[in-house]
Ligand binder design. Structure first.
Ligand SMILES: [Zn+2]
Length: 350
């Protein structure tokens, strides 16, 4: 019999009777290091445009000699940043090497390819090395040099907490409430209070509910590991004996077309085998997974992970961002903050 969450504390909207219960939490994306890091700067040479009538000719000639293929985001000309400056415009000439020093126009712009008439003495200026990925990075980048910005609307909406509809948020809260309930079941049995739930997002079906079962005999049975094994159980596989933990449960998976569940185990051949254990599924876990659990989620090809609150040794944002490594062969989305207040009172994953 599937146990049902019963003792989760209620957290209804204070305005009783409001038709929609608007959850008081935000699911914020855990961005990649590239997306969330500070803007990296490199030194470049620029020169004042002393004769504005030469601007378009100079732009053409300088761009032909120094096309800056890795910096398409940098605008070539900017208005002089200092008010009262004798010249109105400044032009970006080229990037500077590591031993950048003073250079003359003739050194930077080989004649006769560029006729430097109209330019003043070159100077060094820090410019953004890469295109900005978020609006915050764009604001920072353009303070150094004018930059184009192709906004990723998905990321912007996610950062503003606008990625999920009210209906989706209610469903997300229901899944996390179930994970909180599982964590409370663990705590009541003297186990570490971490709970997790695996959901098939299309149907909203809960495929596995688990909590931390680790003990001296089985120290690796973290809630996420338990849940992955329970999903595998639903597919006719699985390795752990979780019979002593009735709150850990699974539902049989719907088999992909043409596959008898449990019949084939060729994991790397989609054609005649089952997909990876968690392909296409979402995981809800009360606290941020540790490195072992996060890597297990990479291996099992989870689609998205929602966690309530960070863990001090967490690997989906705190210590590492294993879900967003360009050199691993699977990446997934991670969000923090679902039912954060309740989850913060539970144990971290460690
Ligand atoms: Zn763990």
């Amino acid at each position: 019999m599937d146990p049902t969450p019963g003792d989760v504390e209620p957290h209804r909207d204070a305005k009783a009777g409001s038709p929609e219960r608007e959850p008081a939490w935000q699911a914020l994306p855990i961005l990649s290091e590239q997306q969330s890091g500070a803007v990296e700067l490199v030194l470049a040479y620029a020169a004042p445009v002393l004769d504005k009538r030469q601007t378009s000719r100079l732009l053409k000639e300088v761009s032909a000699v120094h096309p800056l293929p890795a910096q398409p985001h940098l605008k070539r000309v900017r208005p002089s940043p200092r008010p009262g400056c004798p010249h109105a415009l400044e032009m970006l000439l080229c990037l500077a090497g590591p031993a950048a020093g003073m250079r003359s126009l003739a050194e930077l712009l080989p004649p006769p390819a560029v006729d430097p008439r109209g330019l003043g003495q070159p100077f060094l200026v820090p410019v953004p090395a890469r295109p900005p990925l978020t609006r915050g990075q764009f604001e920072e980048a353009r303070a150094h040099w004018p930059t184009t910005f192709h906004e990723d609307r998905q990321v912007t909406r996610a950062l503003a907490g606008q990625l999920f509809s009210a209906q989706e948020r209610v469903a997300m809260q229901g899944h996390m409430e179930r994970a909180v309930w599982a964590a409370q079941q663990a705590a009541s049995r003297g186990l570490r209070a971490v709970g997790a739930v695996v959901v098939e997002p299309a149907s909203g079906r809960v495929l596995a509910t688990g909590h931390d079962c680790s003990s001296a005999a089985g120290p690796l049975l973290h809630a996420t590991m338990v849940c992955i094994d329970l999903v595998a159980r639903g597919q006719g596989r699985g390795a752990y004996d979780l019979a002593p933990h009735p709150a850990c449960s699974f539902a049989p998976a719907a088999a992909p077309p043409g596959v008898r569940v449990g019949s084939v185990h060729k994991l790397d051949e989609d054609a005649d085998g089952l997909p990876y254990v968690c392909t296409g599924y979402d995981l809800y876990v009360t606290r941020e997974p540790c490195a072992m659990c996060a890597m297990a989620l990479v291996h099992s090809r989870v689609r998205r992970v929602f966690y309530g609150a960070p863990s001090p040794d967490g690997a989906l944002g705190t210590r590492f961002r294993l879900h967003a490594q360009p050199d691993l062969n699977h990446r997934f989305q991670a969000f923090c903050g679902v039912l954060e207040a309740q989850c913060r009172r539970l144990d971290p994953d460690a």
